[in-house]
Ligand binder design. Structure first.
Ligand SMILES: Nc1ncnc2c1ncn2[C@@H]1O[C@H](COP(=O)(O)OP(=O)(O)OP(=O)(O)O)[C@@H](O)[C@H]1O
Ligand SMILES: [Mg+2]
Length: 411
């Protein structure tokens, strides 16, 4: 049967440290999302997830947008974008309000959310998301939707994610310079989670770790709600840099050998073949053993996963990982990283690939595109169209208005 699609095309832009990925798609009547345009270019002007050169970043966004426009045969005017970086902070918070009418009305929910989000913020930080974890009425715990319930007191437990105002502004500015208005700014691991986790996993308890080029982004879920988020400014690029330094080779060749021959676990090395690599000085080459590569990558992978594990232990969050850990992002493609994660976490570990509906599935069903696809799912879920945030008309004030309506997102 031919699927019926909504006319409106929506766009997501994953502005990653290593690549920009633009996805254009629309929702079918059965709720699935079909991708009709893809733009992928290497990104410039970003470091550890944040913009460090606006002109360069804007230029690469523009290239990727153009590519997607040609494929989708459309003009992209606005998009949902992702955000990450070491400036992201998160915490849980709590609010309570009396129920004046003896039952929960929409305005009571708004009031309790406002009470929960009233937390002191560090200088230059701004709230990005306020995500409800659960409500309770008169102490009766864990209500997902309290509307209409009788009682005298409503409480809300929420997860608050903040980010630096200037980092958000820089991202928005880059998009505007590329001719795209920003509809929404979404924390990248929330998008990746949307793309690769099942409802059951989120209900039982699961972690998603998106190992990108510049940052590794963690999100933990249980009972369908977000429990914890963390951004670690260490990821695939650091592996490549360590290889370049350790093997005295170029960044490009370090990246090539990492992808083609890299292993995160020495136990998986069956044959210690020799590899030819470029030397950093003047185009000469030399031979190395594959085990030389593994000797550098293995401790790096162990270190990265240990930091994440220690964070989970230190904050007493192990009980959320009932279904295990899902690893995604380009860094998850390093062979053996799942084995290292399994040894450290002692939990089921799986690779998180998005299942993107497009003519050629091999094109995009790769962990690198989890964030982009999750952002597109978010866009189609919300079908945001008119409420745009513009850098020029209204500044951060308008962004705050948008943020208020994020309350129910990803819940
Ligand atoms: N086959 C592979 N083996 C090992 N690493 C890989 C492989 N393929 C890609 N990577 C690594 O994945 C990283 C890029 O992943 P991804 O595209 O998810 O990052 P990004 O979204 O651009 O960055 P970030 O999310 O950190 O801003 C690079 O460091 C790259 O070396
Ligand atoms: Mg990424």
């Amino acid at each position: 049967m031919k699927k019926v699609f909504t006319d409106k095309l929506l766009t997501a832009i994953d502005i990653g440290t290593t690549k920009i990925c633009v996805l254009v798609g629309h929702k079918s009547a059965d709720g699935t999302v079909e991708v009709v345009g893809v733009g992928r270019v290497p990104s410039e002007g970003l470091k550890k997830g944040v913009v460090v050169d606006i002109a360069k970043a804007a230029y690469s966004i523009k290239q990727a947008v153009k590519e997607a426009e040609i494929m989708a045969n459309t003009t992209i005017e606005s998009a949902v974008i992702g955000i990450s970086g070491g400036h992201i902070q998160s915490r849980n918070s709590y609010g309570a309000v009396p129920l004046e009418k003896g039952e929960v009305r929409q305005e009571d929910i708004a009031a309790v959310m406002a009470a929960a989000r009233a937390v002191p913020l560090a200088e230059g930080q701004q709230i990005l998301h306020v995500l409800p974890q659960f409500f309770s009425v008169d102490g009766q715990d864990r209500i997902n939707d309290p509307l209409g319930m009788h009682g005298i007191r409503l409480e809300a437990q929420v997860h608050i994610i903040t980010g630096s105002v200037s980092s958000v502004q820089n991202l928005v500015k880059c998009c505007e310079l590329a001719g795209v208005k920003v509809q929404d700014v979404v924390l990248e691991q929330l998008a990746s989670a949307q793309a690769v986790l099942s409802d059951d996993e989120r209900e039982l308890g699961v972690g998603v770790l998106d190992i990108g080029g510049g940052t590794s982004d963690l999100a933990l879920y249980q009972r369908g709600a977000i429990r914890h988020t963390m951004v670690l400014p260490v990821a695939g690029n650091h592996f490549t840099n360590d290889l370049a330094i350790g093997l005295r080779t170029t960044i490009n060749d370090a990246e090539r050998v990492k992808r083609d021959y890299g292993l995160a676990d020495l136990n998986l090395l069956k044959e210690d073949n020799e590899l030819e690599i470029e030397m950093v000085q003047g185009g000469k080459t030399r031979m190395i053993h594959r085990s030389d590569l593994v000797a550098i990558l293995e401790p790096r992978a162990q270190e990265l996963l240990s930091i994440v594990h220690e964070e989970i232990i230190a904050r007493n969050l192990e009980s959320y990982l009932i279904s295990g850990l899902v690893i995604t992002g380009g860094g998850s493609l390093l062979e053996g990283i799942q084995d290292v994660a399994h040894a450290i976490f002692d939990l089921p570990i799986r690779l998180g690939k998005p299942h993107i509906q497009i003519g050629d599935p091999d094109l995009l069903n790769n962990p690198m595109y989890a964030t982009g696809y999750g952002l597109l799912l978010h866009a189609t879920k919300n079908q945001l169209s008119s409420d745009l945030y513009s850098h020029h008309d209204g500044g951060i004030g308008r962004l705050l208005i948008r943020m208020k309506s994020w309350v129910s997102d990803f819940f």
